[in-house]
Write a protein that binds this ligand. Structure first.
Ligand SMILES: [Zn+2]
Ligand SMILES: [Zn+2]
Length: 335
């Protein structure tokens, strides 16, 4: 069994377990094991034959048992049971996602804000994964605790971006921002700054419990801003610990589609946002998508392969996912 396929099964188990507050620890264990598999890609067949699956970091007896089922039958009875218990079955119309064609991640952080690695370290890791581009999208100023970037620091960052791009070679660094969607739907940086950037991820971070009608207006305004390229983790939820924002999803998704604003499937196991169900609605509403790790460290790029099952479950064809497009076809760059 391919380590990535196994990672996706464990990731889905972690995701489904998170929906039961009593299972949060077990959920985290499955997500962590999925991450290890996606990162290290061990030879599962060989390890299983030698009875050494528990030598993989984070794989105890319970997870090893699930892996044995996957390796021997390609299926997990445990996963099947969780799917039916939570009413989230596999679907007949799932799409085919070829991760080998993934061109680059559009949402990442560096130590310019709350990332734990330098831009050079992030760029080298992206290059090593074969990425053609990486969106460097640190936070905007409102998020003070993470040292968000104002216009002046963005300018300074652009100089570093040029140097790093030269040093790494063969990887386009897209200068961007993860700009906060403020309570009234305006953005945390002026349009005159946003329009200079390659990629603008607009995300809701605070005041997620606004009344649905106010939240709808807030999101409608954000997707109507012509500088916005994609909406990051569109509900702000944290499965198992925080419910996301509620708004008129269909109305907002249709408006996003109209303005050519993509919606993100944030693959961070603590987020997994949009959910497959919301992503399916967004697909039917005509939206495009971005499948991003929202990485704060190089190892977190592995969130994308482990969570790619979400796009598959939502039946999103690859041509509706920006990350499968070559750099030249990313229209946002010229925008
Ligand atoms: Zn964010
Ligand atoms: Zn982010």
């Amino acid at each position: 069994m391919d380590a990535i396929a196994a990672a996706q099964a464990l990731s889905e188990i972690g995701y489904l377990l998170r929906q039961n507050p009593k299972e949060v620890y077990r959920a985290r264990a499955f997500s962590a094991a999925a991450w290890t598999l996606a990162l290290e890609r061990p030879n599962l067949d060989a390890l299983s034959k030698d009875n050494k699956l528990t030598s993989i970091d984070g794989v105890g007896e319970g997870i090893a048992k699930v892996l044995v089922g996957l390796i021997e039958t390609g299926q997990s009875t445990y996963l099947e049971r969780l799917r039916s218990e939570t009413g989230q079955p596999a679907r007949d119309d799932e799409s085919n996602i070829d991760l080998g064609k993934y061109q680059g991640d559009l949402h990442s952080h560096t130590d310019w804000s709350d990332g734990r690695a330098t831009m050079l370290e992030m760029a080298r890791a992206a290059k090593a994964l074969g990425y053609k581009y990486l969106g460097v999208t640190d936070h905007s100023p409102r998020i003070k605790v993470v040292n968000g970037l104002d216009a002046e620091r963005l300018l300074a960052q652009s100089r570093e971006r040029e140097q790093v791009e030269k040093e790494v070679g063969g990887l386009a660094l897209l200068q961007g921002i993860e700009v906060d969607i403020l309570e009234d739907g305006s953005l945390d940086l002026p349009d005159a700054v946003l329009e200079l950037l390659d990629v603008v991820v607009a995300s809701p971070h605070v005041k997620l419990r606004q009344e649905p009608s106010a939240m709808t207006e807030r999101m409608m305004r954000a997707v109507s801003n012509s500088n916005v390229d994609l909406i990051g983790h569109p509900t702000g939820r944290r499965p198992g610990s925080r419910e996301g924002a509620t708004y008129d999803f269909e109305l907002v998704f249709r408006e996003a589609a109209k303005h050519g604003v993509a919606l993100e499937i944030d693959c961070d196991p603590a987020r997994m946002d949009l959910s497959p169900e919301h992503a399916r609605l967004a697909l039917e509403s005509g939206c495009s998508f971005s499948l991003d790790a929202d990485a704060h460290a190089p190892a977190e790029f592995a969130y994308v392969p482990m969570a790619a099952w979400m796009a598959r479950r939502a039946s999103i064809p690859m041509d509706r996912i920006l990350n499968f497009r070559p750099l030249e076809a990313l229209t946002m760059i010229a925008k």
